[in-house]
Design a protein around this ligand. Structure first.
Ligand code: GCO
Ligand code: MG
Length: 402
């Protein structure tokens, strides 16, 4: 089998997505996701100008060699644009491989290790009662694990809490919005949120929380310690991780489990975190981490250190990445949990898919390959629109981590 053509479908049904379609001489095609929130066209240009021309004529089954060719062969290594582009190719090739062998991708990754993929979803509210209402709504939908974010008194827009009770969508059309942040107010407030949540829901529901890189290591250590009585499933992205050693300090002070890695694009971003057991869950995603080929190696390394996966699954990852994550999560042994932020009905219409949600778990479905299609006629009705993630400033105007 040979790759004969590849092309991009960039569309914006409610939000932007970059999809790569690779075609073969046997009529089988595969889809890959290359969406990088707020920088979508950089990945599209990287693929169009620098990657697609090198794919023509290659054997689509050669996932390892093509991955190495695009990674080592570029000379310039890593970076979110490069790795998302490589991931788009890699996903599309695994999709082709599955379709050609008439089997779901999970069978190529070891087969099913479990019945379903445990997922967590998002609850949020302007204040504690509203956040708890949102938790109860998701419990009624059957979720067994829920991330809770709440507005913080005195902070105009806390992370993960949109205005007007809408569900949180991490990008706004137009230029970046700005929000104001106070670590002091947040640190005093967050333990009260989880004290109230535990009282309301009891011990069994898994509660998660995303700090979104906003604390210093010692502040994160304080938060982790104060959250201990409420037994969180995890505290996410407590501090930026460019300096992996920062997590040692957090770890020395708290037994609240730690998850990080949604912004990582290489195994090397997580190497020290994993081998020193400074984290419990690695959140790299198939799209931003270089594809199934790269993540399988990272997950296998993590397994040796009893670190489990907890992949990013926000709405800025397309249904193609969601499908890939579900095939991956059902197959590997050290799966922990998968984030599930449901896409809008319009996104699901543009990307019909075999995966399903039921009672707290997701299932990749049994379609050959990844089990996702794209309705190109519908996609064409929603052209790309520039959109950005917001930026955050401290009360005195200093730019900080959003
Ligand atoms: C999460 C994330 C997202 C990111 C978003 C950025 O845990 O789901 O933090 O909400 O902010 O994916 O593009
Ligand atoms: Mg996050």
């Amino acid at each position: 089998m040979k790759i004969t053509a590849a092309r991009l479908i960039v569309c914006s049904p409610d939000r932007n997505f970059v999809t790569l379609r690779i075609e073969t001489d046997e009529g089988i095609y595969g889809l890959g996701d290359g969406t990088l929130n707020g920088r979508e066209l950089a990945v599209a240009a990287y693929l169009e100008e620098h990657v697609i021309p090198c794919l023509i004529g290659r054997d689509p089954f050669a996932t390892e060699d093509i991955w190495q060719y695009l990674y080592r062969g570029a000379y310039w290594r890593r970076g979110p644009v490069t790795m998302s582009a490589i991931a788009a190719v890699d996903m599309a090739l695994w999709d082709i491989k599955g379709k050609a062998l008439n089997t779901p991708v999970y069978n190529l990754l070891g087969g099913k290790s479990r019945q379903g993929v445990l997922v967590y979803t998002h609850a949020n509210g302007a204040d504690i009662p509203a956040a708890l209402d949102s938790v109860k709504k998701h419990m009624d939908e059957g979720y067994l694990a829920i991330r809770v974010q709440s507005g913080v008194p005195g902070v105009s827009s806390a992370y993960g809490v949109p205005k007007g009770g809408k569900s949180y969508e991490p990008a706004e059309r137009g230029l970046p919005g700005e929000s104001l942040w106070s670590t002091e107010k947040y640190l005093n407030f967050a333990p009260k949120l989880f004290e109230a949540a535990r009282k309301e829901v009891g011990e069994d529901l898994h509660l998660l929380h995303d700090v979104h890189h906003r604390l210093t290591p010692i502040e994160a250590a304080r938060l982790g310690k104060e959250l201990e009585p409420y037994h969180l499933f995890w505290m996410e992205d407590p501090t930026p991780a460019e300096n992996q050693e920062a997590f040692r300090l957090i770890r020395e002070h708290t037994v609240t489990p730690i998850a990080t890695g949604e912004v990582f694009n290489s195994f090397w971003d997580a190497h020290d975190l994993i081998r020193n057991q400074w984290i419990d869950y690695i959140r790299m995603t198939i799209v931003h981490g270089g594809g199934i080929t790269a993540l399988k190696k990272a997950a296998d390394f993590a397994a040796v250190y009893q670190v489990r996966t907890g992949f990013h699954g926000a709405t800025d990852l397309s249904p193609v990445t969601m499908a890939a994550a579900l095939h991956f999560g059902i197959a590997i042994h050290n799966f922990g949990i998968q984030e599930h932020m449901p896409h809008t009905p319009l996104v699901d219409e543009v990307f019909p898919h075999a995966y399903t949600y039921d009672s707290g778990y997701m299932y990749p479905g049994d379609a050959p390959g990844l089990g996702v299609e794209i309705d190109e006629a519908k996609a064409a009705k929603y052209p790309y629109q520039r959109a950005y993630l917001p930026v955050a400033r401290k009360m005195d105007g200093t730019l900080t981590d959003w």
